[in-house]
Design a protein around this ligand. Structure first.
Ligand code: FAD
Length: 415
């Protein structure tokens, strides 16, 4: 017979998704082991432009981290999108504000909050290497510390919060789909003149390339270039120069040439989209482990916070024994699919490196001219609304705006 579980949940990965799940599960009464392979409590994810979409702000508020993020210098930002037809401007609605704080500050803040949460035991410098089976379900993880010492952590639920290359997903053999992407991403921190929309972010949708300027804490701006992978040799040879040239060439460019790069420009070429079945018996995946998209639309941090929250809310009853755990896991899978499924499909489709299709062109050109269409564009872009929810009202705006335009053209041709 299997040994008794010492923990309700063993969460592998103490970054955004893992810490969120750990804090909220422990608040609901669970005893949580939070396992992190990196020994340094100040460790952080280095390749990330950390623009946190507004969809995740309620989760951050619930974690009690909204004010601390602002006190650490984090910025409340909206985003302005420069399309080939002009700017789509943000609405200024409170609920559409996003957040931006460097990961070097955000990750340790979240980890500290998890470590301080009664019910969470943070285990640093422990790498999860195998899964323990308990009958038909998973019943814990085998970890190894930096000295090679092994230990078993038995739990009723195992959570893989271990990022896009999730070892837990691989060990559990969950279903995985890998979809191609064709754009590289290189970015870096700069100091200098404030870009036009400060403290808002700006994104250039260059069809098919992209560039962005994200103001962040400490007066720094994170500039990022996303372009076809066939330009990888140029970016690898001189990342800073390639980034500056790419960003300076956009229409109405931000002042990158007048700014000073304050940290090495870094980037990634291979970032395939990964979609995994987010549950198995006794196991769940959150954050990038469940869904790692091409970062082109800056959604991964938000999805990490949100999926950590959805999992905790879905399985708390199961862990407290008031319903079967599997029922909560199925609830989580449904929520994950309903909330993120269509966002993911659209991002995957665009990340092939293709140009905008007819519908995207119609939506953007309408949003440039019409405030109501711009609000819908912002709702979906900040991930507060799913694409199917916005589709019908957007179709109405496209019809109205274009009917007016055709009317003007017809009147003009009669006079
Ligand atoms: C170029 C680029 C730009 C991006 N820009 C943005 C952006 O602007 N906005 C946005 O929202 N998202 C962005 N993202 C995506 C974002 O970085 C991720 O989606 C987010 O970090 C996922 O969080 P996570 O907690 O799921 O995983 P991660 O942050 O990847 O954390 C995984 C954790 O698991 C630990 N771990 C791994 N394996 C083990 C193991 N075997 N045992 C123990 N611990 C383990 C790791 O050490 C790490 O701490 C970007 C990504 C890239 C590549």
């Amino acid at each position: 017979m299997a040994a008794k579980a010492e923990y309700d949940a063993a969460i592998v990965g103490a970054s955004l998704s893992g810490c969120t799940a750990a804090i909220l599960l422990a608040r609901a009464g669970a005893k949580v082991a939070l396992i992190e392979k990196r020994p340094d409590p100040k460790a952080f994810k280095r390749v990330c432009s950390h623009f946190i979409q507004a969809s995740a702000v309620p989760t951050i508020e619930r974690l009690g981290l909204y004010e601390p993020i602002l006190e650490a210098g984090g910025l409340q930002s909206r985003f302005h999108s420069r399309t080939p037809w002009g700017w789509v401007e943000p609405t200024g609605r409170r609920e559409a504000y996003c957040l931006n704080l460097r990961r070097s500050l955000l990750d340790p803040m979240l980890r500290d909050a998890a470590a301080a949460q009664p019910g969470v035991e943070l285990m640093l410098g422990q790498s999860a290497e195998r899964l323990i089976h308990d009958g038909d379900a998973f019943g814990g993880v085998g970890v190894r510390d930096r000295n090679g010492k092994e230990r078993e952590i038995r739990s009723r639920l195992v959570v893989g919060a271990d990022g896009r290359d999730s070892r837990i997903a691989e060990l559990a053999r969950v279903k995985e789909k890998t979809l191609p992407h064709n754009r590289l991403a290189y970015g870096g921190y700069f100091e200098g003149p404030k870009p036009r929309f400060w403290p808002d972010g700006a994104v250039w949708l260059l069809d098919p390339d992209m560039a962005a300027a994200f103001p962040t804490d400490g007066g720094q701006i994170f500039y990022i270039a996303m372009t076809h992978k066939d330009r990888a040799p140029e970016f690898k040879a001189d990342p800073e120069r390639a980034l500056v040239e790419h960003v300076a060439a956009v229409p109405e460019p931000p002042p990158i040439r007048e700014s000073r790069c304050v940290a090495p420009v870094i980037g990634k070429v291979e970032m395939p989209n990964r979609v995994r079945g987010p549950i198995a018996p006794g196991l769940a995946l959150v954050g990038d482990a469940a869904l790692a998209t091409d970062p082109i639309f800056g959604v991964g941090c938000g999805f990490a916070f949100q999926s950590g929250e959805w999992l905790a809310d879905s399985v708390s009853a199961g862990l407290s024994g008031s319903e079967p755990l599997e029922k909560g896991l199925r609830r989580y899978r449904k929520k994950h699919r309903n909330q993120l499924g269509m966002h993911a499909r659209l991002i995957h489709d665009y990340s092939t490196g293709r140009k905008f299709d007819r519908i995207e062109r119609l939506m953007m050109s309408t949003a440039v001219r019409d405030a109501k269409a711009a609000a819908l564009f912002e709702d979906v872009g900040t991930r507060r609304v799913t694409p199917p929810q916005a589709l019908a009202p957007m179709a109405v705006r496209i019809a109205i705006v274009n009917a007016r335009r055709l009317g003007r053209v017809a009147r003009g041709s009669r006079t």
